[in-house]
Design a protein around this ligand. Structure first.
Ligand code: GDP
Length: 912
């Protein structure tokens, strides 16, 4: 290293020469001018000085020395591997070595740091433990002190009480002595001495150490001997420290609040003990100190319950609830059905759990829905409980029993009349006339609303008219089992005579076994011919009285009112003959005539009371609905409070809209009403599933069981009048001692809805001879589970009914319709004749099965298929929803709209 001048060095370092000289002087090196040479040693010395002055105490040489040195070595060698004898293979082998040398002082330093950290941690944990232990100790001490003080307080209180007692006795004794000494003038003093605060403090009763008031200086309450009570008042909980009274030197007495605090602290302490790491601290709390002592507990709870015995369970620290150790299996009584919520309640589980269990079983039910018995049993078992059958004595039986018990004397009741007849013969006009002239009389405002029924008062009594003209309404009500009508008024226009619906009305009335009165209407017309009407009706076994029959014929005019009174008289006479009677005083029962949902008033039902008296406020079961009669209105819209037999009223207050034809009954309590309604709801749902109509087999089954003669009702429809009559005659003749064959309707044409409802009402079997049921009839047949049979050979019909009548279980030949195709278009081809472009609308059409061509539900041809094609191909069968071309053998008169029915004959063994 070459020597440089100070000036050069200053230049290199970038500092002024003077400053460098001054620094050199401070470092102890004397330089006079800037041109002097500075050696390397001097430069190092200067550097060391500068480092020192800037805080780096370590010598430069030492600092620069590395803390550790790593040595690496790599050797490469070759190894020749012999592979067989021929030639070897050379492999390069590289060995790498690495060694690190660490300065001893560094290692020692690190070790020192580690030990210091350990030491610090140890001290920290020690202090934590110590602090926790201290806290526990303090808490225990406080607790002990609190208890000691409480005991001392109790002792002092007892002591004070004893002292007070002694003092009182002493004073009494002294007063008695004084009184004895001066009986006249000292008496008042003696009587007032005991409670008077003017009495000087007695040394006999030293103030108890603990008593809070004793520590209160007299100055705070004012001077005077009266300010200081002679006996300590009992310690008060609300003795707050807000007086800032100086505390005496002795430890301050603990008030109950403080004691509670102390107890709380102890409690905290106990928690700490559980969390704490040292189990040996637990011994301090041995002896039940963590909890209230039995004595203290007794005191605490007796304070809460000052009268009576203290609750033992609370004193002993046990509560009344015992945790069940095994699942509780409950017996759940289930009737025909049960509401999900009730089921949950019976099992003491959440409703949602039951819903969940049902859901898992694939039953979607809400909490308010009813589940049937079987489903409920499955759920109960699923949830680990036991299902038992509910008492067979259901609500309905209770209801019937109560109603029977209520039976009283029967009185004459007004007749209920339904008006029937052919369209435009004047039913509405007649009803209107009667309503206008009879009801309005005397009733302010007259009829203001249509309620479906109304009553008129005539000279011979009250008559109730059902304002539901139409045969369907009549029959559908009867089908539900409601016998509303006592008399049918058959309106026949004198100028028109007997028409199809007139005959139908006669059939319905006959089937319902209701007497008929014929109103020969439109007698004001010049072309009126009442004899024609009579003749027409005689053919249907409606014979006028004057011709030796039992039916009253009343000529009238709904337009002029002529003969209307005579009609009302005729009704009254008929009613007398019928001897209509009902109990007046008693529970009301009857039938719903009409029902609807009113926006403002809720469900509104027009009911006809049939027995008893319905009163406002009665509870009702009405079909599957229930409720309380909130209000009742008559046909004039006037509020009424009661309605007797045969009187129609509008009722508000039901839970829902009942069906027309539903019966109602009043019950004494709502609970029963609700139960009955719910049970009925369940039963109605069930009965929809179980078809309950009388089938031929059922009749035979009943017959074989013996008993009286069975009636087999039949509805016979045929394609032509001749067949219908022949069938009716032949079938009626089959009546024997076992079975009475009763053809209630026989007619021409397809089976209509009216036929089906009539069959349902009379539990009749429908026989279709070369005719079919239309869509609406099929619906009624399906819903009511009616027995419908199609025939095409008269002999088959007779044979089947004969077998039934004779109770034989023979073979039955049934025609099964396997498919129906609707004709959409007809093409004429020179080769095949008429080809019907069809759409199969039901089942299959098969080429080798017999077919029938139907027009208006009547068979017009029976035969075979010539060909069955899909597009150009001949196929064996075509299924529902597909189009096809059908050519019928030897029949070319197929028209669009016709139906081609494909069927087969099967022989079945009849069974019960
Ligand atoms: P419904 O279909 O059976 O209810 O018959 P309506 O009561 O509607 O009557 C049909 C038509 O016959 C109406 O135009 C009435 O005015 C008329 N009409 C009803 N009764 C009489 C009557 O006694 N004399 C006359 N001349 N016309 C009547």
């Amino acid at each position: 290293m070459s020597d440089v001048t100070i000036k050069q060095l200053a230049l290199v370092l970038g500092t002024p020469v003077e400053k460098l000289l001054a620094q050199l002087a401070e470092a102890g090196m004397k330089f006079s001018n800037a041109d002097q040479i500075i050696s390397s040693t001097e430069k190092v010395k200067l550097l060391g000085f500068l480092r020192r002055t800037h805080g780096k105490t370590e010598p430069v040489a030492e600092d620069s020395a590395p803390r550790q040195i790593t040595l690496k070595r790599k050797t490469v060698s070759e190894i020749t591997v012999n592979q067989g004898a021929a030639r070897g293979k050379t492999v390069n082998v590289e060995v790498r070595q690495k060694r690190t040398y660490v300065k001893r002082s560094t290692v020692e330093e690190e070790q020192k740091v580690d030990t210091e950290r350990e030491e610090a941690l140890r001290k920290l944990s020690e202090s934590t433990l110590k602090r926790e232990a201290d806290e526990l100790e303090r808490a225990a001490q406080e607790k002990r002190r609190a208890e000691e003080e409480a005991k001392a307080a109790a002792a002092a209180a007892a002591e004070a009480a004893a002292a007070e007692e002694a003092r009182r006795r002493d004073e009494e004794r002294r007063a008695a002595e004084e009184a004895a000494k001066a009986p006249v003038d000292k008496t008042p003093a003696a009587t007032t001495s005991a409670p008077q605060p003017s009495t000087p403090p007695r040394p006999a009763a030293p103030p108890p150490r603990h008593a809070a008031p004793s520590s209160r200086p007299a100055s705070s309450t004012g001077p005077g001997p009266g300010a200081r009570p002679t006996s300590p008042p009992p310690p008060r909980r609300d003795d707050a420290p807000r007086h800032h009274t100086p505390r005496p030197a002795s430890p301050p007495p603990k008030r109950p609040d403080d004691q509670n605090q102390a107890r709380n602290k102890v409690k905290h302490g106990s928690h700490r003990m559980q969390e704490g790491p040292t189990a040996d601290l637990g011994h301090r709390f041995a002896g039940g100190e963590l909890h209230l002592t039995a004595e203290e507990r007794a005191r605490r709870f007796s304070r809460k319950k000052p009268r009576g015995k203290p609750d033992i369970s609370r004193i002993t620290g046990q509560h009344g609830f015992a945790k069940p150790t095994a699942p509780v299996v409950r017996e759940v009584a289930i009737g025909d059905g049960i509401i999900v919520a009730d089921l949950a309640q019976k099992m003491a589980v959440k409703g949602s759990d039951v819903v969940k269990a049902l859901f898992k079983m694939g039953v979607m039910a809400t909490i308010n829905q009813v589940v049937d018995h079987d489903t409920a049993v499955l759920v109960v078992e699923e949830l680990g409980h036991k299902a038992v059958r509910a008492d067979a004595k259901d609500a309905e039986t209770t209801l019937i029993a109560r109603n029977e018990a209520d039976q009283g004397d029967k009185e004459v009741r007004p007749p209920v009349v339904t008006i029937m007849g052919h369209v435009d013969h004047g039913k509405t006009s007649l009803l209107d006339y009667i309503r206008r002239t009879k009801v309005a009389a005397g009733e302010a405002g007259g009829i203001t609303q249509h309620i479906g029924a109304y009553h008129v008062t005539t000279d011979k009594g009250v008559i109730t008219f059902l304002d539901t003209p139409g045969h369907a309404a009549f029959t559908s009500m009867r089908a539900r089992g409601a016998k509303l009508t006592d008399i049918v008024v058959l309106v026949v226009a004198a100028d028109d005579g007997v028409m199809p619906q007139t005959i139908e009305a006669v059939k319905h009335a006959r089937a319902a076994n209701v007497p008929i009165i014929v109103a020969v209407n439109k007698m004001d017309k010049s072309e009126a011919n009442p004899d024609n009407v009579k003749q027409g009706l005689v053919q249907h076994e409606v014979v006028p009285e004057e011709w030796g029959g039992d039916v009253q014929f009343v000529p009238l005019s709904a337009k002029t009112g002529m003969g209307v009174d005579a009609l009302l008289d005729a009704i009254s006479v008929q009613a007398e003959v019928l001897e209509l009677r009902a109990v007046r005083d008693g529970r009301a029962s009857g039938v719903v005539v009409e029902a609807s949902l009113d926006k403002g008033r809720g469900p509104v039902a027009t009911v006809l009371v049939q027995a008893g008296t319905l009163k406002k406020g009665d509870f009702l079961v009405c079909g599957i609905e229930y409720g309380r009669v909130r209000a009742m209105f008559n046909e004039s819209g006037k509020q009424v409070t009661e309605a007797g037999p045969s009187i129609p009223v509008q009722v508000l207050g039901l839970s829902g809209v009942p069906d027309a034809g539903d019966d109602f009954v009043s019950v004494e309590d709502e609970r029963l009403a609700k139960d009955v309604a719910q049970q009925r709801n369940m039963k109605r749902r069930e009965s929809r599933l179980i078809k309950q109509s009388t089938k031929l087999e059922d009749i035979m089954a009943t017959m074989t069981q013996g008993g009286e003669q069975q009636t087999l009702n039949l509805v016979v429809k045929a394609d032509v009048q001749g067949s219908a009559e022949a069938l009716k005659e032949a079938l009626t003749k089959l009546t024997n001692e076992l079975v009475k064959v009763n053809v209630i309707v026989s007619g021409v044409g397809g089976i209509t809805e009216s036929d089906a409802t009539l069959a349902a009402a009379s539990k009749a079997t429908i026989i279709g001879f070369n005719v079919r049921a239309d869509a609406s009839a099929r619906k009624v047949i399906e819903t009511n589970g009616l027995d419908l049979r199609y025939f095409s050979i008269i002999y088959d019909v007779i044979d089947q009914v004969k077998q039934v009548a004779s109770g034989l279980l023979g073979m039955e030949i049934r025609e099964e319709i396997i498919g129906v195709a609707q004709v959409r278009e007809v093409f004429r081809s020179s080769k095949f004749g008429a080809v019907a472009g069809c759409m199969v609308i039901e089942g299959f059409v098969k080429r080798n099965k017999p077919i029938r061509v139907l027009r208006d539900n009547t068979v017009i041809f029976q035969g075979e298929l010539e060909s069955l094609r899909r597009f150009k191909d001949i196929v064996d069968e075509v299924r529902n929803g597909m189009e096809c071309g059908i050519a019928v053998k030897q029949y070319n008169d197929v028209k669009p709209g016709d139906q081609i029915e494909c069927f087969e004959r099967i022989e079945v063994q009849r069974t019960f």
